[in-house]
Design a protein around this ligand. Structure first.
Ligand code: ATP
Length: 515
């Protein structure tokens, strides 16, 4: 991780994000609205750059993937067919003393994570003890303590799985009681019963006098793709395997929403549904797992910050599923999901709409409902992954300190700052001339206020990878210095080569070519 040794917390990220115009609490002058956030001037640039990287990697780089932009409102039967009306529920539990509400399954998962952490500790201790001769695989499969912890996890997992699958809320509560799980805030074990809570927001279409219809704000973008499957397949002359990609808002009335932009009630998803011939799904599942992890790792946020987490409790419609987890400040958590959804969605829409959503393969004279392989990533979670792995507090050689966002240059909101060393002697005029040229190619910022060191710090704090400084020598030989954000090293280049030099450093093309 690019962070300094000190533990960076979500609080650090949230306050930096607010102070420097990345993210503000929504409607803050009215004290905000729970788990809803607004992106500021630098936030929107970073978000757009992430979207562009995803969109181009999906739609431009794959001739068999096309994009759509479906409406947020959909016919209410969509959500009956998809199962969201009946089953998009979270089991919630309240603590009677703290009055805090939790997801029962999350409380139990956190308990399992604590046991996992004990296993990790044992492994670390043993690795230290045995040195180079340490065989981790053998240790975890034979060490008594590790085996005991593994057994505990398995038992909890089995009990949770059968309670959730059987819709047995009393058994879920009993598990919390048996594990002696306490409220993480108050330490109290005084719990209510577990209840189901539907996560969809509803509203009304049309005026009430005319008989309004209850509709929902979409809780995922995927259904907009499924209901358009046939339209897109026909109009873009695609045949399986082909994909449809979409970026858009989704809404969930989340019970726990205490982790900044990790869990929001209004958020954005970048989803791709890949339509394939039944029977080929396991190959495509592997294919997209590899493709997506490569997309992530190419950004350079740290190879060790990612891991796959296979779903043991598969949803009833899935035959394989995993998450790409990222090492957020609060630990490894889901960033993206990769799901093999079989023909569940298209099949359900066929049933509810009465329309055939099949593909007729002229080569084999067969007609089939395609299977679907889905990749689904939260744009805001991706934003948090970038911010949290980039945020660094450094002590410099002269004893001073700086806060720097080491955002991958290709994603940085501002690519270059143009700074006249002094605000006189013809330097501002020359700098403005350079600014006029670079702003056509890059998001650039002109800054002539305060001492140069202070201006560098301001750019460090918003993650600008390059500062171009115009000094007296510039007027003599038409050269400027480029200061690199992370190393703080300076290089002199001719103004004529400036755009090409910068382009090479922040090139999205180069990144796309590497994946
Ligand atoms: P979680 O288990 O964290 O609630 P999920 O498994 O319900 O997530 P999916 O339905 O698979 O999530 O959604 C796909 C992606 O959308 C997730 O990997 C995540 O990045 C993002 N996402 C889901 N819910 C939220 C939310 N409330 N806020 C921000 N991003 C979200």
């Amino acid at each position: 991780m690019a962070n300094s040794d000190d533990q960076i917390t979500l609080k650090n990220i949230a306050s930096h994000s607010k102070e420097y115009g990345f993210i503000y609490p929504s409607s803050e002058i009215y004290d905000g609205l729970g788990a809803t956030y607004d992106y500021g001037p630098y936030g929107v640039e970073l978000k757009n750059n992430i979207k562009e990287y995803w969109w181009k990697a999906m739609v431009r780089m794959n001739e068999n993937i096309v994009g759509i932009d479906a409406a947020i409102f959909m016919h209410p039967t969509t959500w009956k067919a998809s199962g969201h009306v009946d089953a998009f529920n979270d089991p919630l539990i309240d603590n009677k003393d703290s009055k805090k509400r939790y997801r029962a399954d999350v409380l139990i998962e956190e308990q399992m994570a604590k046991i996992e952490a004990k296993i990790d500790k044992e492994v670390q201790k043993a690795a230290k003890r045995f040195g180079d001769s340490f065989d981790e695989a053998q240790f975890v499969s034979t060490n008594e303590r590790v085996l005991k912890y593994k057994g505990q996890i398995e038992e909890i997992e089995n009990r949770m799985k059968s309670a959730i699958e059987g819709g047995d809320l009393a058994a879920l509560k009993q598990l919390i009681v048996d594990l002696e799980i306490a409220d993480p805030i108050s330490g109290s074990r005084n719990w209510t019963d577990v209840r189901q809570f539907n996560l969809m927001f509803s509203t009304e279409l049309g005026s009430t006098a005319d008989g309004a219809e209850k509709i929902y704000l979409r809780p995922e973008t995927a259904q907009g793709i499924f209901v358009n499957y046939l339209n897109v397949q026909k109009t873009s002359r695609m045949k399986p395997p082909f994909g449809i990609a979409q970026i858009g808002k989704a809404f969930r009335n989340e019970i726990i929403a205490r982790q900044f932009i990790f869990r929001m009630r209004e958020f954005e998803q970048m989803e791709m549904q890949f339509f394939i011939k039944p029977g080929t799904e396991m190959d495509w599942y592997e294919h997209w797992k590899q493709k997506r992890i490569k997309w992530h790792k190419a950004l350079g946020l740290g190879e060790d910050n990612y891991r796959f987490h296979d779903h043991l409790n598969l949803a009833h419609y899935a035959n394989a599923a995993c998450d790409i987890e990222f090492n957020f400040p609060m630990g490894f958590k889901e960033l993206e999901g990769i799901h093999s959804r079989t023909d569940f969605d298209l099949g359900a829409h066929e049933k509810f709409s009465g329309k055939k959503l099949k593909f007729f393969d002229t080569a084999t004279n067969e007609s089939y409902t395609p299977y679907v392989l889905e990749t689904s990533i939260g744009l805001d979670r991706m934003f948090l992954a970038v911010m949290s792995s980039s945020y660094t507090e450094e002590t410099l050689e002269d004893g001073s300190s700086r806060t720097v966002l080491k955002i991958p240059p290709v994603l940085a909101p501002v690519k270059v700052a143009v700074l006249p060393l002094l605000n006189k002697d013809g330097l501002p005029e020359k700098a403005e001339e350079i600014m006029s040229a670079v702003k056509l190619d890059f998001n650039a910022q002109y800054d002539a206020k305060d001492a140069i060191g202070k201006r560098y710090r301001r750019q460090d704090a918003i993650g600008t990878p390059y500062c171009v400084t115009v000094d007296h020598q510039t007027l003599e030989d038409n050269t400027v210095t480029i200061r690199e954000r992370d190393s703080m090293e300076q290089q002199r280049v001719s103004v004529d080569e400036l755009i090409a030099t910068l382009e090479d450093k922040v090139s999205l093309k180069k990144l796309l070519r590497s994946i």
